[in-house]
Design a protein around this ligand. Structure first.
Ligand SMILES: [Zn+2]
Length: 109
């Protein structure tokens, strides 16, 4: 059985960390490009992985917010597909999990 207060604290800490990461990326992307052409090319090349990191962080923020909403609703730790409890080991490994292991495996197929 999970402890809702502990899970909430974990998820909220994760949201803060992810939010800070997104802010950092956006601040980096807002920095004016250097006048030097070579530097500009490098700066533009660097944008792409940053975008990927940012979109991964934004995805995780969305999942984390959904997990917090399920905590509020009292449905946290219950599979959203089949309604069975999600195993404690799975929730520990993936606190934002919304599917039990069987449904997650099914969804991958
Ligand atoms: Zn399920």
């Amino acid at each position: 059985m999970h402890d809702a207060a502990t899970v909430r604290a974990q998820l909220e800490a994760r949201l803060v960390a992810l939010g800070a990461r997104v802010d950092d990326i956006e601040a980096t992307q807002r920095e004016p490009l250097d006048d030097d052409f070579a530097d500009q090319a490098v700066a533009r090349q660097d944008d792409e992985p940053l975008d990927a990191i940012e979109s991964a962080a934004l995805d995780e923020i969305a999942l984390t917010r959904q997990a917090l909403a399920r905590l509020d609703a009292g449905t946290y730790g219950v599979c959203t597909a089949c309604g069975e409890p999600i195993s404690a080991a799975r929730l520990q490994a993936l606190p934002v999990a919304s599917l039990c292991i069987a449904c997650a495996r099914g969804a991958e197929r």
